[in-house]
Design a protein. Structure first.
Length: 269
């Protein structure tokens, strides 16, 4: 039996089971970040404490890794927003032979396995004579962050009425004024949402970072190294919870920014 207005009960149950399966590991990490047990994962929990959060904050290596990841994610996001917006503006109306190939090249870095992208970037950096460091990490992250900005912005460009741009030029606005007062307000939420998604992708990226970081230790690399240190399990749990929160918040923000923007002022089909 099922309601005429909704899905069958078994389909809803399957959906909830799928959600539980995906989010149960996150819930486990969140619980153990507050556990009083210091050496292992024991169930039931031995008690509730905030001690590990204070100890985590006191760790200089954790603070350095967080700051490095934030700095890299911010730079990669700004670069992706700039290049992704320029690419979408250039391609959304243009018609030329090979356009689909160019579009595929933009999407390819995020579609390829991370290890392939990482090896390719490392080879390119070596050919260019670049030493691995912050610059190589930022440019490596930007290669796949561009995709989310590009996809968001080009979708908004396609819903922006060309008559608005024509009216702006007819009224005497130059290219910069048209961009500032007409184009930017129309693509602002899509651009911001793409930037937030790019930040989340960059902040927790580890595979590409492993090939491009050299001696730098971002937060995901720090977490990977912690797997061989069972005595630091409580600290690792707290840091993992921080990473999940700092990744989830931009994604939720991007969702709320774009969920009601199917029709924007002046949009056209």
């Amino acid at each position: 039996m099922h309601s005429d207005a909704g899905s069958p009960w078994w389909l809803r149950a399957a959906a909830w089971m799928g959600l539980a399966f995906m989010h149960l590991p996150i819930a486990v990490i969140a619980m153990y970040a507050f556990n009083t047990e210091s050496s292992s994962f024991s169930f039931p929990l031995q008690g509730f404490t905030l001690e590990w959060f204070g100890k985590t904050y006191a760790r200089q290596d954790v603070r350095d890794a967080v700051w490095l990841s934030l700095k890299i994610a911010a730079q990669a996001t700004l670069l992706a927003m700039l290049l992704g917006t320029m690419a979408s503006a250039a391609l959304y109306k243009a018609q030329f032979f090979g356009k689909e190939t160019v579009t595929l090249l933009f999407i390819l870095p995020i579609a390829l396995p991370g290890i392939v992208t990482g090896i390719a970037l490392l080879s390119a950096y070596k050919l260019a004579g670049l030493e691995s460091g912050i610059l190589t990490i930022v440019t490596g992250h930007a290669t796949f962050c561009i995709v989310v900005v590009y996809n968001n912005v080009i979708a908004r460009f396609r819903r922006t009425s060309p008559s608005m741009l024509e009216a702006s030029m007819d009224l005497g606005a130059d290219g910069f004024q048209t961009f500032r007062y007409v184009i930017l307000p129309n693509i602002a939420t899509a651009l911001l949402a793409g930037g937030m998604l790019a930040f989340a992708l960059s902040f927790d990226e580890i595979i590409v970072t492993t090939f491009t970081a050299g001696s730098e230790r971002t937060l995901p690399i720090w977490l990977l190294n912690q797997l061989s240190k069972p005595r630091d399990t409580p600290i690792t749990n707290v840091v993992a919870l921080m990473v999940m929160l700092m990744t989830a918040l931009p994604i939720l923000g991007a969702y709320y920014l774009t969920r009601d923007t199917d029709s924007v002022a002046g949009s056209g089909k």
